[in-house]
Design a protein around this ligand. Structure first.
Ligand code: PLP
Length: 478
C-alpha cells in the first residue's frame, strides 16, 4: 500500500462519519441541556480507573465502538464544572456555542503560529477587541495563550527584558532584579519568577490590608530599601481579583508608584480584569488601563470553553522583542502562505498553535459584550446574596469580606472543637454526594469553604441549596 491515508477510503466511510458526527452533536447538546438533572460529580471506582490501563492499540477499531467506550467510561466521570453548582477554584463552565466553534476549529485545523491565512486575522481581531474591552485601546499587542499562567509568564518576561537593564537576551540575567506583588498573588507568578531566573527571594511579597489588597506604604518602603541596597526594581504586579478572596489592589496607585521608579506595571487579572466590560463593575478595576501588561482568562469569567487565556501588552515593540526569533526556515515571505506581517509565534513561547481565537470570536458575536457584562454583574450579586445568607445564619461565619465574586465561610458550632475538620468533612460530602462544588482555602489558619462564582448557569436557588446542604451535613455529623 502506498496510498494509505487516515481518511475513509470510500464514500460509505465518509457517510458513517457524517451519521456518527450528527449523533455526537445531538447527544452532547442533550448532555448540556440536562446537566442540572445529574449529580455534579461521580467518583471513579478502581474498575473505572483500570479501564485506562489497557494496552497500546495495535490495530484500529470502528469509531462507533470508541464512541460507545466514551459514553460508558469517560463522559459519566466529568469534572463537573459545567454544572450550575460548581464554584470550585476559579473554573468556567463553557458554552454550547463555544463548544461548536471549537469543533469547527478542529475541522479547519490550521497552525496559528503564523502565515497569511485567516486564523491570524481572527486572533488579531480578538486582541483588538480585548484591548477595547479592558480599556487599553485597540492598538494593543497581545496573544491568546493556554491560560492565566502563560499570560503572566509572557507579561513578566516582557517586563524583565524591557526594564531589566542589561542585554538579557544575549548576556543572561543580572542577579539583582526584583519584582513586587502582594502576599495574595497567585502561585503562577511564583512559577514564572522561578523560570525567568529572577529567583523567589527577589519576588518581594508585600503584606495586604483587611480587604486583602496590597499595602502601598509597605510596597514603597520595600522599593526604597531595595534601591538603597543596590537592587534593581523591575516590575510591580497588581491583582485584579486575588484567588483566595477576590481582593483587588489599588491599580491607580500602583501605576503611580511604578512610574515613579520606572517599573513595568503588570496586572494579573485572570479573574477580575473582565469586570471592565460592565458599567456596573467597571469601577472595581479602575486603573487597569494604566498597566503595561494585563493577563486575563477567557475560560474563567468569560465562560469560553477550555482552554484560552490572553496577555495584552501595551507596547508592541516590547512584546515583540521579548519573543521574536526568526530562524531561516521560518523567514516571513512576501507572498504565499508564508507571508503576513503579524506572526503570533513571535509573541509567545509556542510556535505551533491551535486556532483558539475561533471559539472566542463565536462567543463574543453570539452573546455580545453587554450580556457578558450583565452576567458578570449577576455573579457578583449572587456572591453578595450568598454572603447575606451566611451572615444571617448564626451557625455560619463569613471568613473574609466579599469584594467580588468569591465568598469564604465555614460552619461554626460551640460544641465542636476542631472546626477545620468539620468543615473539611462538609466539603468532602458536598462533592461526594454530587450536590455542589465549592473548593477550600486556609484563611488565618481557618479552613474555609470557598465559593468562586464564575458560573453563568447558577441561579439564586442554587446558593440557597448550598447553604441548606452545609447546615444539614453539619447537623448529621455533629
Ligand atoms: C486561575 C488564575 C491564574 C492562572 O490561570 P490559568 O488559566 O489557570 O493558567 C492566575 N492568576 C489568578 C489570579 C488566577 O485566578
Amino acid at each position: 500500500m502506498t496510498d494509505e491515508t487516515l481518511d475513509p477510503e470510500t464514500s460509505e466511510g465518509w457517510y458513517e462519519y457524517r451519521e456518527l458526527g450528527r449523533q455526537m452533536i445531538e447527544d452532547m447538546i442533550e448532555y448540556l441541556k440536562t446537566v442540572r438533572d445529574r449529580p455534579l460529580w461521580r467518583q471513579m471506582g478502581d474498575e473505572e480507573k483500570r479501564f485506562f490501563e489497557s494496552e497500546l492499540p495495535k490495530n484500529g477499531i470502528p469509531l462507533k465502538e470508541i464512541y460507545e467506550q466514551f459514553k460508558g467510561q469517560i463522559l459519566p466521570y466529568n469534572m463537573g464544572n459545567i454544572h450550575p453548582r460548581f464554584w470550585g477554584w476559579v473554573i468556567g463552565g463553557g458554552t454550547t456555542g463555544g463548544a461548536l466553534a471549537d469543533m469547527l476549529a478542529s475541522f479547519m485545523n490550521p497552525n496559528s503560529g503564523g502565515g497569511d491565512h485567516v486564523s491570524q486575522y481572527v486572533e488579531k481581531q480578538i486582541i483588538q477587541w480585548s484591548g477595547e474591552m479592558l480599556g487599553l485601546g485597540s492598538d494593543v499587542s497581545g496573544l491568546l495563550v493556554t491560560g492565566g499562567s502563560m499570560a503572566n509568564f509572557i507579561g513578566l518576561t516582557a517586563a524583565r527584558n524591557t526594564r531589566g537593564g542589561a542585554d538579557i537576551i544575549q548576556k543572561g540575567i543580572p542577579q539583582n532584579l526584583t519584582y513586587y506583588c502582594s502576599e495574595e498573588t497567585h502561585s503562577s507568578v511564583n512559577k514564572s519568577i522561578q523560570i525567568l531566573g529572577i529567583g523567589l527571594d527577589n519576588l518581594r511579597k508585600i503584606p495586604v490590608d483587611s480587604e486583602y489588597s496590597i499595602r502601598l506604604d509597605k510596597l514603597k518602603e520595600q522599593i526604597s530599601r531595595d534601591i538603597s541596597e543596590g537592587f534593581h526594581p523591575v516590575c510591580v504586579i497588581g491583582n485584579a481579583g486575588t484567588v483566595n478572596t477576590g481582593g483587588i489592589d489599588n491599580l491607580e496607585e500602583l501605576s503611580i508608584i511604578a512610574k515613579e521608579h520606572n517599573l513595568w506595571f503588570h496586572v494579573d487579572g485572570a479573574i477580575g480584569a473582565v469586570c471592565a466590560v460592565s458599567k456596573e463593575t467597571k469601577n472595581v478595576v479602575k486603573g487597569l488601563n494604566l498597566a503595561d501588561s494585563v493577563a486575563f482568562d477567557f475560560h474563567k469569567w468569560m465562560f469560553v470553553n477550555y482552554e484560552v487565556g490572553c496577555i495584552l501588552v501595551k507596547n508592541k515593540i516590547d512584546h515583540y522583542k521579548a519573543f521574536s526569533l526568526t530562524a531561516s526556515y521560518l523567514t516571513h515571505q512576501n507572498r504565499g502562505i508564508g507571508a503576513g506581517d503579524l506572526w503570533f509565534s513571535d509573541y509567545g513561547l509556542d510556535l505551533s498553535r491551535r486556532f483558539k481565537a475561533l471559539k472566542v470570536w463565536f462567543s463574543l458575536k453570539e452573546h455580545g459584550i453587554n450580556k457578558y457584562g450583565r452576567i458578570i454583574a449577576q455573579n457578583i450579586f449572587q456572591a453578595q446574596y450568598l454572603t447575606d445568607r451566611i451572615t444571617a445564619e448564626k451557625s455560619l461565619e463569613l471568613l473574609a469580606p466579599t469584594t467580588l465574586n468569591i465568598v469564604n465561610f465555614r460552619v461554626i458550632d460551640p460544641n465542636v472543637k476542631d472546626l477545620n475538620k468539620l468543615n473539611q468533612e462538609i466539603l468532602y460530602q458536598l462533592h461526594e454526594r454530587g450536590i455542589a462544588a465549592p473548593s477550600s482555602t486556609i484563611l488565618d489558619d481557618k479552613f474555609s469553604i470557598r465559593v468562586a462564582n464564575v458560573n453563568h448557569r447558577s441561579k439564586l436557588s442554587d446558593f440557597d441549596l448550598l447553604v441548606d446542604s452545609c447546615l444539614e451535613i453539619a447537623k448529621s455529623i455533629i
